[in-house]
Write a protein that binds this ligand. Structure first.
Ligand SMILES: [Zn+2]
Ligand SMILES: [Zn+2]
Length: 352
C-alpha cells in the first residue's frame, strides 16, 4: 500500500483536537511530533518505523509513533479515524449559508502573544479552510499575562507579516491588526501612529469587567468614538462553560457573568460611527449573548463573525458564531467578513 504523509496526518489530528477544545498539552504532543517528523529524512523514518524506534526521536511519544507507523504503512491512523468518526453534526441550513459566505476572520492570535502556533501555521490552516484572509490580532502591551506586544515587537511583527505574505499561497493574505485593550478611560493601549498603520483594529475590554454600568458605558463609548477602532471585541466579556477543556467542575469555575453597560447607547454609537460588533465564536465566550445580539440586529449594527482563535483548529469555530447569528436573524450583507479584503480595508480606512 502507498504510504500516507505522516506529517499531514499528525497535523490533522492536532487540528481536530483543537477544534474540540481539548487541553493544549494533548495537542502539543501532535504538533511537536509533526515538526520532528518533518525534519527527519524519509529513509530514517522508514528504518525507525521498521525497528520500532520512532519514539526515541525528540518530540515523538508512543502514541504519535504509532500514528506515524500506521501512516507510513498507508493506513489511516486509528487515532485520526476515531476523531473523524466523532466529528460534529452539520450546521442548520441558514447558519451553513452564512458560514459559506464568510471570506475571512477578523480576530486571530499567534504565538507572538498568547496563541499556541506560529503565524504561518495559522495562515496555512486558514487557507485550507477556504479563507481569503485573516486579520492577525495579537494582544496589546498592558495585557502582560497574554504577552501583549510592545510597540517595538508589533513593528517587528509587521515586517514579518510582510515577508510571510510574499511566501503564502496565492489567494490568501494576512491582514495586519491588533486586539487592543480598551483602557479604563476608554483610550486604546497602543501608539496612535501604529494603530493608524494597521489594517484592522479590534478593541476589547479585558480589565475591571465588574465596573458599574455608567463607568463601563463611558469607557466603551470613548473607545467606539476613537477613529482607530473598527470592531468591538467580545462586548460583554462573559465566559461560559464550554464543552471540552477539562471536567464540568473546572469549566464552571471558569465562567464569568457579562459586564453591565447601557446596551442601547453602545449599539447606537456603533451604528453612528459605522463600527462592527463582534460575534465571538469561541465556545467559552459566545459573546454577545443572543438576547443582546437580537437587539443589535434591530439597531442596525454591522457585525464580524470571528473565532478569536489561539490555535489552528480553533479557526474552524466560526460555525458556532454563524449558528447564533442565523438564530438571531443577522443578514449576511451586514457581516464585514463576508466582504473581500479590499472592501474590508476600504471600510476600515473610512474610520480615519
Ligand atoms: Zn480578548
Ligand atoms: Zn482575542
Amino acid at each position: 500500500m502507498a504510504s500516507r504523509d505522516p506529517v499531514a496526518d499528525l497535523r490533522r489530528i492536532a487540528f481536530l483536537l483543537e477544534r474540540a477544545n481539548e487541553a493544549t498539552y494533548r495537542v502539543k504532543a501532535f504538533r511537536s511530533a509533526a515538526a520532528t517528523v518533518a525534519r527527519t529524512p524519509p529513509a530514517e523514518l522508514a528504518e525507525r518505523a521498521a525497528a520500532g524506534t520512532l519514539a526515541k526521536l525528540a518530540g515523538v511519544g508512543d502514541v504519535t509513533a504509532r500514528c506515524v507507523t500506521e501512516s507510513l504503512a498507508g493506513e489511516e491512523p486509528v487515532y485520526l479515524r476515531r476523531l473523524l468518526s466523532t466529528e460534529g453534526a452539520d450546521l442548520p441550513a441558514a447558519a451553513a449559508a452564512l458560514r459559506a459566505a464568510l471570506r475571512g476572520d477578523c480576530h486571530v492570535h499567534s504565538d507572538w502573544s498568547d496563541g499556541g502556533s506560529p503565524i504561518e501555521e495559522m495562515a496555512l490552516a486558514a487557507a485550507d479552510l477556504g479563507h481569503e484572509y485573516f486579520v492577525l490580532t495579537d494582544h496589546s502591551p498592558r495585557l502582560t499575562v497574554a504577552r501583549g506586544l510592545t510597540a517595538e515587537r508589533l513593528r517587528r511583527q509587521l515586517d514579518h507579516v510582510a515577508e510571510l505574505n510574499e511566501q503564502l499561497p496565492d489567494g490568501f493574505r494576512i491582514l495586519t491588526g491588533i486586539e487592543v485593550d480598551i483602557l479604563e478611560d476608554g483610550s486604546l493601549d497602543q501608539e496612535d501612529e501604529l494603530l493608524a498603520r494597521l489594517d484592522v483594529v479590534v478593541g476589547s475590554v479585558h480589565s475591571r469587567l465588574r465596573d458599574d454600568s455608567a463607568r463601563m458605558t463611558r469607557r466603551m463609548l470613548a473607545a467606539i468614538a476613537n477613529p482607530h477602532l473598527d470592531v468591538l471585541g467580545h462586548m460583554t466579556g462573559r465566559k461560559v462553560a464550554a464543552p471540552g477543556a477539562g471536567d464540568a467542575a473546572h469549566r464552571t469555575a471558569r465562567t464569568r457573568p457579562p459586564s453591565t453597560f447601557d446596551l442601547e447607547k453602545v449599539l447606537a454609537a456603533c451604528v453612528e460611527q459605522d463600527k462592527a460588533v463582534e460575534i465571538n465564536s469561541r465556545p467559552d465566550r459566545l459573546d454577545p449573548p443572543k438576547r443582546m445580539l437580537t437587539v443589535a440586529v434591530e439597531a442596525g449594527c454591522r457585525f464580524g463573525i470571528d473565532t478569536d482563535a489561539h490555535a489552528p483548529g480553533q479557526l474552524d469555530w466560526q460555525g458556532f458564531g454563524c449558528e447564533r447569528a442565523a438564530l438571531c436573524g443577522v443578514p449576511a450583507d451586514r457581516v464585514v467578513n463576508t466582504w473581500t479584503a479590499g472592501r474590508l480595508l476600504e471600510w476600515t480606512a473610512s474610520h480615519g
